[in-house]
Ligand binder design. Structure first.
Ligand SMILES: Cc1cc2nc3c(=O)[nH]c(=O)nc-3n(C[C@H](O)[C@H](O)[C@H](O)COP(=O)(O)OP(=O)(O)OC[C@H]3O[C@@H](n4cnc5c(N)ncnc54)[C@H](O)[C@@H]3O)c2cc1C
Length: 464
């Protein structure tokens, strides 16, 4: 693709990378956007995939489709393994493992973040998190399978374990997940099960800080807590997960240490920047913070490398939160800067963030929002939340499809149209589990096989 024009390589097709690419559409440059997935993921609605409310495709359009009209951009499917800043080459591997060497004149790294278990990486086996489409599908399989298991359990103690869901972390994602679990158990599923009363489900939300939604205003925190409790969610603040296994979680809170029997634990607590942030820090001498984010200059460039930019969740800049708006605005900013450099236009001043507020949805027609200097709660906040999220989805088809799903599920039938349990790659892990004499579980990286779980649970399925 090199024809003497300025070459820009963008690593990551998330909020930051896609914005950088799109805002370069009128620049005299050739852009290559490389991502290890083929889709641009709208992470804020992942929890709705996990709850079977919407289908994955609605929030994950193909990256190449999002830039199909942008003639100066191309998309490549590849995992970036190395950033050779000295020779200005990005080294990636294609889907079949073939090496891809991508030469650049400007580089934008927007590789995002993944989960952090705060040094307790062993928790990953027992409490999967949610960052990718695969994660959300996996959680959906796991959550729905637990209700199926409860339907078959004859022992009330075991049934209670299948029906106990613990969400760790009460930030927006944890709150949204807990709300969805409560809706599933109390509104959607009760009519469909014959043996189990799904309203007996226990949904426990753990938070280490003194309140839910820690960064939000106190009024919004109180509203969220009260609303979740009304929905049947048990909230425990000042409480930390100290241990867990496939059947339980041990927590330490104001009332001491307690072990809760629960077959489902979901991690919604910490984030860790992409390893590419550490790579950039090591190669440029930039600082790395505790979440593994690399410090960038006020114009998002790396020390000693004005042609290399890092943006979004993987950077630390002006104490900005790891949410979509900073990533999008930084993407737009670096595109403007590269365009100015390549056209001779005035160089823009350092990046300045415009705070558009924050919001979180709690459940059926309720949300909280902090925007335009005001605090909103309830249905009005829910409408604001819905409007903003739909507006930022990529593609009209996805926007309309999402609206249709919401309307159908929330207003007309209280159903969840995408409650599919997919059974893939499970046999080996479950066999290993059985050999170890463990109770059936949903393992990270595997998909639950209901038949195997039943088999492993009690020898043969029993219905009451
Ligand atoms: C469950 C969840 C809910 C959220 N809810 C909200 C919300 O309600 N509001 C809000 O503002 N923010 C929310 N966020 C945060 C928001 O999604 C992120 O801040 C935003 O996605 C950051 O954008 P980014 O471009 O930095 O990274 P991402 O959007 O994560 O994009 C990173 C991209 O880089 C790719 N990549 C990573 N490593 C490599 C590699 N080595 N090679 C090639 N490609 C690579 C990834 O595949 C990905 O496509 C949520 C996040 C999650 C996980």
């Amino acid at each position: 693709m090199s024809n003497g024009r300025h070459r820009v390589v963008v690593v990551g097709g998330g909020f930051g990378g896609l914005n950088a690419t799109r805002y370069l559409k009128d620049a005299p440059v050739d852009v290559t956007i490389v991502d290890r997935t083929n889709h641009h993921l709208f992470q804020p609605l992942l929890y709705q995939v996990a709850a079977g409310l919407i289908s994955p495709g609605l929030i994950a359009p193909a990256i190449r489709a999002t830039i199909k009209k942008q003639r100066n951009a191309r998309a490549l499917l590849g995992e970036v393994k190395d950033l050779d800043l000295a020779n200005k080459v990005v080294k990636a591997l294609g889907p079949d493992g073939r090496p891809l060497d991508l030469e650049y004149d400007s580089l934008v790294v927007a590789a995002g973040a993944s989960h952090s278990y705060f040094g307790k990486d062993e928790f990953a086996e027992f409490a999967p998190g949610m960052k990718t489409i695969e994660d959300a599908r996996y959680l959906r399989d796991g959550i729905l399978s637990k209700f199926e298991m409860a339907e078959m359990a004859t022992d009330p103690v075991e049934r209670a374990e299948w029906l106990t869901f613990v969400v760790i972390g009460a930030g927006p994602t944890g709150v949204e997940l807990a709300g969805q679990l409560a809706e599933l158990a109390h509104l959607v599923l009760p009519q469909e099960y014959r043996t189990v009363d799904t309203t007996e489900a226990r949904i426990i939300l753990l938070e280490g800080a003194p309140a839910v939604l820690p960064p939000f205003d106190e009024k919004l925190q109180k509203y969220t807590k009260a609303h979740l409790e009304k929905m049947g969610v048990e909230i425990r603040v000042n409480t930390l997960a100290t241990d867990m296994n496939h059947e339980s979680i041990t927590v330490k809170g104001p009332n001491g240490v307690e072990t809760i029997r629960a077959r489902t634990r979901i991690w919604a607590a910490g984030v860790q920047a992409s390893p590419l942030a550490k790579m950039l820090a090591e190669k440029t001498g930039a600082e790395l913070d505790r979440a593994g984010r690399v410090s960038v200059n006020p114009d998002c460039s790396l020390p000693g490398h004005p042609e290399v930019f890092a943006i979004g969740d993987m950077v630390s800049l002006n104490k900005l939160p790891g949410v979509a708006q900073p990533a999008m605005q930084e993407g737009k900013y670096v595109a403007k800067l590269i365009k100015a450099r390549t056209t001779g236009a005035p160089i823009p001043p350092p990046f300045k963030y415009f705070d558009k507020g924050s919001m979180a949805t709690i459940g059926h027609k309720a949300a909280v929002a902090d925007a335009f200097g005001y605090k909103f709660t309830g249905f009005i906040a829910y409408l604001m939340w819905g409007f903003i999220h739909v507006a930022y989805l990529v593609g009209w088809g996805n926007r309309l499809g999402t609206l249709y799903n919401w309307a159908h599920s929330l207003w007309f039938s209280k159903s969840r149209g995408h409650r599919i349990i997919t059974f893939e790659r499970t046999m080996v892990e479950l066999d290993e589990n059985r050999k170890k004499g463990r109770a059936p579980v949903v393992l990270p990286g595997s998909k639950p096989s209901l038949a195997d779980e039943i088999d492993a649970a009690e020898g043969a399925p029993k219905t009451a």
